[in-house]
Design a protein around this ligand. Sequence first.
Ligand SMILES: NC(=O)c1ccc[n+]([C@@H]2O[C@H](COP(=O)([O-])OP(=O)(O)OC[C@H]3O[C@@H](n4cnc5c(N)ncnc54)[C@H](OP(=O)(O)O)[C@@H]3O)[C@@H](O)[C@H]2O)c1
Length: 292
Amino acid sequence: MRVLITGANGQLGYELQRTVPQGIELLCADREKLDITSQDSVNSYFDTHKPEAVINAAAYTAVDKAETDTEAAFAVNANGAAFLAEACSKHDISMIQVSTDFVFDGTQSTPYKVDDTTNPVSIYGESKLEGENRVLEILKSKAVVIRTAWVYSSHGNNFVKSMLRLMQEKNQLGIVSDQMGSPTSANTLAVCCWQALNKLQTSNCQLPSIFHWTNAGVASWYDFAVAIQEEALSLGVLKKSIPLKPILTSAYPTPAKRPAYSVLDKQFTYDALKLPAQHWRAALKETMRELS
Ligand SMILES: NC(=O)c1ccc[n+]([C@@H]2O[C@H](COP(=O)([O-])OP(=O)(O)OC[C@H]3O[C@@H](n4cnc5c(N)ncnc54)[C@H](OP(=O)(O)O)[C@@H]3O)[C@@H](O)[C@H]2O)c1
């Protein structure tokens, strides 16, 4: 089967290439090869390369910038996703759309289930929710949405790599301790995408339309930073430790509001996709080994 990966140079795109199952021929398209905001480019790419399934790893992920760059965020996350879905519909093929915990407002105190009420509190979250809705409306049971959160990898820009840089540059750091979520290695997210695609192809479209995937367990950004420092010190990625201070969101204002609690309920994903839970700390250790 020929599978198109859009946004192939992003964190997820890169890990999808590293985890590709046997029997899959990859069509890897970074933004230069395929800009998903151009419907003409999408259609002509499909006509030329004839993918047999699509994993959409392309996204506008600059959460704060999206607050003022609204049009660009919607162009990629909503229109671009819809253009891909329309092309998939025309060619009668399936699509995996990746989405985010930011579709929720974070006011719950128990893990979000797939059918809990969405209520994004940022432009990024709104644009991703519109992407979800449009893809599912166009492709119905031939699409699956996988919502994830707090993604990092050894490739690309992310919280882990920013922390490692700052821990080398600064004498101390204040890290937000009142936002809770689940750090997620892009590698495990990629495995989840491949498994969902496999099920989508083999279950004759009897799958539910939305799945949640993150690594298991819960952390604040502060907990995550403490773990990053500990793992990095034990593997020699960092030579010295610096004091890390928990701070409140109010002390670190950002243009985009973040959900205070965005833990996703994965129970159904574990069962339906036969995927084992991996604790975020174990997944972090694996990525840190790569970085060392
Ligand atoms: N990162 C997170 O913490 C996080 C959390 C929740 C959900 N997610 C979701 O997970 C998925 C994967 O995210 P990620 O972390 O892999 O993001 P990423 O590293 O930012 O990768 C996104 C990729 O999309 C590409 N892209 C942007 N605009 C494009 C366009 N118009 N056409 C084609 N490609 C385009 C980017 O290319 P350029 O580099 O050239 O811009 C980049 O390579 C996304 O759907 C994201 O919304 C991520």
